[in-house]
Design a protein around this ligand. Structure first.
Ligand SMILES: Nc1ncnc2c1ncn2[C@@H]1O[C@H](COP(=O)(O)OP(=O)(O)O)[C@@H](O)[C@H]1O
Ligand SMILES: [Mg+2]
Length: 289
């Protein structure tokens, strides 16, 4: 099983959007002659990705009945052996007369307050890596974790999520504020890596979102990102994700939209290329995985 976290400590840089587009693409892939078994876990109390995939009322229902990553983590922390299957929510792919989308399996997030785990027993920080991952590995080939921004050491669930990932994708925009926020992002990643004594290969990458090579901002800030990339050993993906005007205007739409694929034509093909690049790198690093 391959676990990929999407993380940047800054909000609004495109983590959830990229998770959604990657999920739609990944779920169409085949491994060993069958569809790739993919799980999306929403680690963000704002619930953007759960809501985009399931709709508001299903997310609310799931939260009320304890079908969330936070509840599951607490049960694991308390030494229980919860069954995974009843917690998982399915985004069905059928859409009336339109071509069906791949169906997706989702584990929703808790509300923000539930995720504030300052005083709860979610320790050690390897809890999810040690207890949840083996459970997931029985059913899934790949897990995408959509993380929140504004993390620090007190957010034990989200740090657990960083610790359990083998790969990190860091969506980043080439703006002054976004670049300034990166050292803190890198610091949290290093913190999580120190907690992870499982010594997994850790392909990392910055993914440039809303990127336009011709823009002044791009030329101004790319050298800064390149310098940081060299200093911290985190590569920059070759494939850029362009600004997509229709995507930018879609925020009010998120309650009902079920896929980016047909609506956001300029963005999606770039995501596909980027995911392929990620796969190739992963294969090079861990050919047997
Ligand atoms: N490449 C893009 N082009 C245009 N708008 C984008 C792009 N990527 C993300 N957005 C928009 O930016 C907003 C924030 O994106 P989101 O994925 O929610 O960020 P995050 O999860 O990092 O907080 C959303 O309204 C989303 O539709
Ligand atoms: Mg988000």
């Amino acid at each position: 099983m391959y676990t990929i976290a999407l993380y940047n400590n800054k909000g609004g840089v495109g983590k959830s959007t990229l998770t959604l587009a990657m999920a739609d693409f990944l779920a169409t892939l085949q491994v060993s002659g069958r569809p790739l078994r993919l799980l999306v876990i929403d680690m963000d109390g704002q619930g953007s990705i759960s809501t985009a995939l399931l709709g508001e009322s299903r997310v609310q229902q799931a939260r009320e009945s304890g079908c969330t990553i936070g509840h599951l983590a607490l049960q694991l922390a308390n030494g229980q052996q919860p069954a995974l299957q009843p917690l998982l929510q399915i985004r069905s792919g059928s859409r009336g007369g339109q071509p069906p989308l791949p169906s997706l399996t989702v584990l929703p997030s808790d509300r923000e307050s539930m995720l504030d785990f300052d005083a709860n027993p979610l320790r050690p920080l390897t809890l999810l890596a040690q207890r949840l991952k083996p459970m997931l590995a029985e059913q899934f080939d790949m897990v995408l974790l959509d993380l929140p921004g504004s993390l620090d050491e007190r957010h034990l669930l989200a740090v657990n999520a960083l610790v359990m990932s083998e790969a990190l994708l860091i969506p980043v925009e080439l703006t002054r504020l976004a670049i300034q926020a990166l050292p803190e992002t890198v610091r949290m990643i290093r913190y999580a890596q120190e907690k992870n004594d499982l010594a997994l290969p850790n392909p990392l990458g910055f993914v440039l979102n809303r990127a336009d090579r011709r823009s002044r901002q791009f030329r101004l800030h790319l050298p800064q990102l390149q310098q940081l990339s060299q200093q911290c050993g985190i590569a920059i993906f070759d494939n850029l994700l362009p600004h997509a005007a229709d995507l930018a205007n879609a925020s009010d739409d998120t309650l009902t939209f079920s896929s980016l694929k047909d609506r956001y034509g300029t963005y999606y093909p770039h995501v596909r290329k980027m995911v392929k690049e990620l796969f190739d790198r992963w294969q090079q690093l861990a050919p047997s995985a």
